[in-house]
Design a protein around this ligand. Structure first.
Ligand SMILES: Nc1nc(=O)c2c([nH]1)NC[C@@H]1CN(c3ccc(C(=O)N[C@@H](CCC(=O)O)C(=O)O)cc3)C=[N+]21
Ligand SMILES: [Mg+2]
Length: 294
């Protein structure tokens, strides 16, 4: 039976560390860090995520603000709000919850964010710095995965890491980070996606598998090597007859994989809570402007 990589537990530890830091800041008569979230429309999952981020802010002692727009908001209105947040000295970092409605050009929105306030790490300037191993904000989900690997002392050096999915917020940055010279890193990376034939030919040879494709229970035990480390980023709401009306389901078939893997993340309670903790981490980094101070 694989060791469970308990993202919920580690995320609580990280939030406690941040809280202690904020308490010191406030005791020194300085204002606490301030995170702003922009939410467009009323997608159920997006509302849950954003509300949880606001809850996390309270927990760690940050000030938080939520700016809500209807799904019919214009691109110009959003850009105006971003421009104001960029200038606002009371705001350390902000995020625009994705996905955005189709009338909005996502790239244009991300490009408008001041990279120094881009605590999601989505701006191309920050993505470029990440790729070149310069100090910057790492995107929260990959940052969360790295931190989880680090705290559980999973050896990544010289290992073969196979990533499934090439999204701009998970798969693509993860593929770069696992190959960087830092720890955890120094892996040999294979980035697979929807055009990769016979994905099991790759996953069967992987020491570490990271799934981020959004296909419930895709990765089966027979597709992995004995002793592999399995990181499940997928989180799909599969509709059913439960009270909630859905069950959160990962990309990993947990039941079959836990028998073969040496370590595995659960869904829920794995990568999701780590993502949230790292957004808090990036926000306090933005506050200290330490990433731009060297
Ligand atoms: N600008 C932007 N930044 C993001 O970081 C961002 C985004 N847009 N859009 C959507 C994705 C997804 N994402 C998650 C965050 C937390 C959980 C999380 O806390 N999951 C819990 C369960 C939460 C639930 O009950 O639904 C868990 O896995 O245990 C999941 C997914 C951040 N994203
Ligand atoms: Mg993909």
């Amino acid at each position: 039976m694989a060791k469970i990589l308990d993202g919920l537990k580690v995320s609580k530890e990280i939030k406690k560390e941040i809280r202690a830091d904020v308490d010191k800041i406030v005791a020194g008569k300085r204002r606490p860090p301030h995170l702003v979230a922009i939410l467009v429309g009323s997608n159920g999952a997006s509302m849950t995520y954003v509300n949880n981020k606001i809850k996390d802010c309270k927990e760690v002692g940050f000030k938080s603000s939520l700016i809500k727009f209807s799904s019919t908001v214009s691109e110009a209105e959003l850009l105006e709000t971003i421009s104001e947040l960029n200038k606002d000295k009371d705001v350390d970092g902000f995020i625009v919850q994705l996905p955005l409605p189709k009338q909005i050009d996502q790239e244009k929105i991300i490009m408008a964010i001041d990279p120094r306030k881009d605590v999601d790490g989505f701006h191309p300037e920050n993505f470029g710095k990440m790729a070149l191993e310069m100090d910057t904000f790492l995107p929260a989900t990959p940052f969360g995965i790295l931190t989880l690997l680090e705290r559980y002392q999973i050896d990544t050096k010289g290992k073969h890491c196979v990533i499934i999915g090439r999204s701009r917020i998970v798969g693509k940055p993860m593929s770069i980070l696992m190959g960087r010279k830092d720890f955890p890193g120094n892996s040999t990376v294979t980035l697979t996606h929807s055009y990769t034939p016979h994905i099991e030919d790759f996953t069967k040879n992987a020491d570490i598998v990271i799934t981020a494709l959004g296909d419930p229970n895709f990765l089966k035990g027979e597709m992995i090597k004995k002793g592999a480390v399995v990181i499940d980023v997928g989180i799909t709401r599969v509709e059913d007859n439960t009270e909630k009306g859905y069950t959160l389901t990962g990309d990993v078939d947990f039941e079959s994989c836990k028998e073969i893997a040496s370590a595995i993340t659960p869904v829920p309670g794995g990568v999701g809570p780590m993502t949230r903790a790292m957004l808090m981490k990036n926000t306090i980094l933005a506050y200290k402007t330490s990433v731009y101070n060297d």
